[in-house]
Design a protein around this ligand. Structure first.
Ligand code: MG
Length: 173
């Protein structure tokens, strides 16, 4: 199926923190087009969390350029998030089409041969990277799902202990 070519990420990571400057440089990546919502932070975080800020700094130190291309229709979402950072930042990024990605590359001074996109949505972020012909398109699990998965796993781990507890205490459950 031809769509597969546009929707299958090169790598799926659990989160952005698994994507290190060393890995990117080894892949020949010098610029990142970043989705914001559910990739870097949740919808409820207006500004980068401390750990996201640290991740940005590590990228900058390695000489990797950053840009935000969000499909969020609110310009404030993007300008507030980018405050004090000064990266290229675009709302209504038009993903899955490649125009926003190409504008971000122009601003970063990178090319499709040394740029990657990172996002949580295959139908927008990954497809935009593929449409723009980027060297790499990386997916991360949406933060919201990650949280839910965490709790699901946690409950699974807890389950036998909860059962044991009820056995000891003589509960019916
Ligand atoms: Mg997103």
């Amino acid at each position: 199926m031809i769509l597969e070519k546009y929707l299958i990420p090169d790598v799926i990571f659990n989160d952005i923190y698994e994507i290190t400057p060393e890995f990117l440089l080894s892949e020949g990546i010098h610029g990142l087009v970043l989705d914001i919502d559910n990739t870097l932070v949740t919808y409820d975080d207006p500004v980068p969390t401390p750990s996201v800020s640290e991740w940005f700094k590590a990228m900058e130190t390695a000489g990797i350029k950053l840009a935000f291309v969000s499909n969020n229709s609110d310009p404030k979402r993007v300008t507030t998030f980018n405050e004090g950072l000064g990266y290229f930042a675009m709302h209504k990024g038009g993903k899955p089409f490649g125009k926003g990605v190409r504008r971000a590359m122009a601003a970063m001074g990178t090319t499709k041969e040394n740029t990657a996109i990172i996002g949580d949505q295959l139908l927008t972020d990954i497809m935009a990277g593929k449409c723009a012909g980027l060297k790499r398109s990386f997916a991360v699990l949406p933060i919201k799902d990650r949280t839910e998965l965490f709790f699901r796993t946690k409950r699974k781990i807890e389950a036998p202990y909860v059962k044991k507890y009820h056995k000891i205490h003589g509960d019916k459950k």
